[in-house]
Design a protein. Structure first.
Length: 411
């Protein structure tokens, strides 16, 4: 008898029981209903009150591989436990659920509950493969990364099982990571519960840089916040600036770093690598702004084949009396000099159609930067003299203007 057929009888009995229960009383607070069939060792789940249609599942115990059968729209069909979004919870409030969950070996449950996702999928694999089970118990974070990578690559379950049985450094190689024990020690420090599928891709990109891994060997833990910083600024790994960025409560430090790199290039990068306090980054930023202001801007101009000065590409929105596009590199350099900030460092991005800059005249004098990407427009920066923040009234006025422009553009 197939596993699905073995589940059909208890699911049919549960279906009749639930229909009878619903006919006797109205469901005032829609919720999942669980039942435990001890004879068949099957968990029964009724999703009907939540979905507004009959939908019930039967899930076998762990030793039977969590086989799953669904009843919906008058049909019984095989399903997958991953699609049920069941809680991974040993102390669940429902006794029926606790009976079923207890069929999962405790040491396996303890290892898997650290993960943010894929727990039942890995538990089911562990029942079918001793190699997967051993990897979960010895390095559950690496097993999680392997399962994610195999799924992304479209590899088969048998390929995953074969990889799980190899040395852990060889698994690192299959993931495209440096095949060293120090990388395994880094993975053991992951706050893995913070990483969803998108963030795991980010993590793998960061860990593929061997220099980054080498610089992180003394880190007590690897958080998602740290991984995001290292993706944007891999050169801060192991340096004081890494700690400063992790501790920063707002974007000011990042803005100083980004502006300094645009204005100063490699020379600024060398200085930033030595910065051990926010004040040193701020002073570098201020020094580079002064240098920008003192430049004439000629080196930023672009010319056509005939030697004529090129204006910027057309700005996304037409001028108004109070908000006007800056259309030439000379005008952008003048804006830097008048407003005493680094907007002229955006010249290349404006020329390349990635950015647009407007001067705001009312309700107060400001510089507005718009980020242009894939046909979309987003507010990037709104700054006053010397990068002062705008007043709430001015911020609201500019945001209203942008909202109205976007509405017109979409119509």
């Amino acid at each position: 008898m197939s596993r699905a057929n073995a589940l059909k009888a208890p699911l049919q009995a549960w279906l009749a029981e639930r229909r009878h229960a619903r006919s006797d009383s109205a469901e005032h607070h829609p919720r999942l209903h669980y039942a435990w069939d001890a004879d068949a060792a099957v968990l029964l789940v009724d999703y009907s009150p939540l979905l507004g249609m009959e939908c019930l599942h039967a899930v076998s115990h762990w030793a039977s591989g969590f086989a799953t059968l669904r009843y919906a729209e008058g049909l019984f069909e095989a399903a997958c436990i991953r699609d049920l979004w069941l809680p991974f919870q040993r102390d669940h409030e429902d006794a029926a659920f606790r009976h079923w969950f207890a069929t999962l070996p405790e040491e396996l449950a303890q290892a898997l509950e650290r993960l943010p996702a894929r727990r039942y999928a890995l538990a089911a694999l562990a029942q079918r493969s001793e190699a997967v089970r051993d990897l979960i118990l010895s390095n559950v974070r690496l097993c999680f990364l392997l399962h994610h990578w195999v799924e992304i690559q479209g590899w088969s379950e048998q390929q995953l099982i074969a990889l799980a049985g190899r040395k852990q450094t060889e698994i690192l190689s299959a993931l495209g990571l440096p095949p060293y024990r120090r990388v395994l020690r880094l993975i053991a420090k992951l706050r893995i519960g913070e990483f969803d599928a998108y963030e795991v891709d980010r993590l793998l990109r960061v860990l593929r840089e061997e220099a980054t891994c080498n610089a992180l060997v003394h880190e007590p833990e690897l958080s998602l916040r740290l991984v995001k910083i290292l993706e944007d600024y891999p050169w801060v790994a192991g340096r004081p600036l890494q700690r400063l960025l992790c501790e920063a409560s707002n974007r000011t430090l990042r803005d100083w770093i980004n502006d300094s790199l645009r204005m100063g290039g490699e020379a600024a990068l060398r200085e930033l690598r030595r910065c051990d306090r926010p004040s040193r980054v701020r002073r570098l930023h201020e020094r580079l702004i002064v240098k920008q202001i003192e430049q004439d801007g000629n080196h930023r101009r672009r010319f056509d084949a005939s030697g004529h000065l090129l204006a910027f590409p057309p700005a996304p929105f037409a001028d108004t009396a109070s908000i006007q596009a800056i259309t030439t590199p000379d005008a952008l350099q003048l804006e830097t000099q008048l407003m005493r900030h680094c907007v002229a460092s955006y010249t290349d991005r404006v020329y390349d159609g990635q950015y647009a800059v407007y001067k705001v005249l009312e309700p107060e004098r400001l510089t507005l930067g718009l980020r242009l990407r894939h046909g979309g427009v987003a507010l990037d920066q709104l700054k006053g003299v010397s990068n002062r923040a705008p007043s709430p009234e001015a911020q609201a006025a500019v945001e209203h203007w942008l909202h109205e422009q976007l509405k017109v553009a979409r119509s």
